[in-house]
Design a binder for this molecule. Structure first.
Ligand SMILES: Cc1ncc(COP(=O)(O)O)c(C=O)c1O
Length: 372
């Protein structure tokens, strides 16, 4: 028995050793701020380092009980306006939002048609709903149409991300909306990585496509530099979630101080469009630089994935880059499918052109050193 591990948990030591052997073990990163040039943060607009406004630290209870604060309501109004929906409800995280939302929309008699690469929170939400889950190949609209055409007596909900965080690609939202309408299905869109950066004024890819989803999820933990999340839609949806989303009902309301910080993040993103512009420009500089080195990053926008293949190769490249002062996360199974491990660069408004150039030079030198 290893020190500190109670007998009933010794098997965890073996499981950890197994992760290490398979190059899937996650090291704990150094505490912030990182000594490296990092390409792993979701602080896309470089807003997270700002001091938040002061407000009560705790909500004291679930919002259904006595946890309701004016900061919650103000944040919900702004979030709904951001995505052009009538109403929004704030959750403590995007994970909690998705895990609360899907079981509130679909039950055991219903079906959820889900993109195969949906985020873990959408997968877990779908599983918790106990609805029939139909996983369709990534971005495959024909498969969505086929799944919805199967005779079914319950309700159907189609769930997708608007900007997939591991591949930096997007579904054809107008076509997806049309398919949902043709079959009477609801459309749920997770805009976690798009909001704040992509779409007109950073209002996301539904806005860019002119599509109204039936439920939109957005998080304050990425571009808006805080934490917490929201689901937006019609009044009936948010009222239903207030009553029935278990991660909302049975959880302490989000800290009012955090709600105020998230609100300030939304306001700063709107008032300082140059942040968004710089993020996208920096991403373009990185994509161009990688192309010049013969690396073909996939997708578009501020997430720049470099597909490597094997988890061990992704880890080796990430370690070598870190030794040279550039920090980028190797993304390995189970976050992505076996054989599709990658380096995933996320670009933020804090990356200046010199920093990007320096990172490209480091990558170039490493590739030359590693060339056979
Ligand atoms: C697509 C997607 N949805 C939801 C989440 C969860 O959001 P949060 O970090 O606010 O829990 C994430 C990332 O964390 C995500 O990438």
């Amino acid at each position: 028995v290893k020190q500190g591990c109670p007998p009933a948990l010794v098997h965890l030591e073996d499981a950890l050793d197994d992760l290490r052997r398979r190059q899937l073990f996650r090291e704990r990163p150094a505490p912030h701020p990182s000594p490296w040039t990092t390409f792993c943060s979701n602080d896309y607009l470089a807003l997270a380092g700002r001091r938040g406004p002061s407000a009560a630290a705790g909500a004291t209870a679930s919002r259904l009980v006595v946890g309701e604060h004016s900061e919650h309501l103000a944040l919900e109004r702004s979030a709904a306006d951001l995505v052009g929906q009538p109403a929004a409800l704030v959750f403590t995280s995007g994970y909690a939002a998705n895990v609360g939302l899907l079981p509130a929309l679909a039950g055991p008699d219903d079906r959820i048609v889900a993109d195969a690469l949906n985020h873990a929170s959408l997968i877990d939400g779908a599983r918790l709903s106990r609805a029939r889950i139909v996983r369709v190949p990534h971005l495959d609209l024909t498969a969505v149409d086929r799944a919805l055409a199967e005779p079914f007596s319950g309700r159907s909900v189609v769930v997708t991300e608007s900007y997939f965080s591991m591949d930096a690609d997007q579904p054809d939202l107008p076509a997806l909306r049309a398919i949902c309408d043709a079959h009477g299905a609801a459309l749920v869109v997770d805009e976690a990585h798009a909001l704040g950066v992509l779409g007109p004024e950073g209002r996301g890819l539904c806005a860019a496509a002119g599509v109204r989803a039936d439920a939109v999820m957005g998080t304050f933990g990425k571009a808006f530099g805080a934490a917490g999340a929201f689901v937006a839609g019609c009044d009936a949806l948010t009222t239903w979630l207030w009553n029935r989303a278990r991660t909302f009902v049975f959880s302490t309301g989000i800290s009012p101080a955090l709600a105020a910080a998230a609100h300030a993040g939304l306001a700063a993103a709107a008032a300082e469009p140059e942040r968004r512009e710089r993020t996208l420009q920096a991403a373009g500089e990185l994509r161009d630089g990688l192309q010049r080195l013969g690396v073909r990053p996939t997708g578009f926008g501020h997430i720049v994935p470099w597909l490597v293949g094997e988890a061990s190769d992704a880890l080796r490249l990430a370690n070598a880059l870190r030794e040279r002062g550039v920090e980028v996360r190797p993304i390995r199974p189970p976050s992505v499918a076996e054989g599709t491990a990658r380096l995933r660069f996320t670009v933020t408004a804090a990356h200046d052109p010199i920093e990007i150039e320096r990172a490209i030079a480091v990558i170039g030198r490493l590739l030359r050193e590693m060339a056979p």
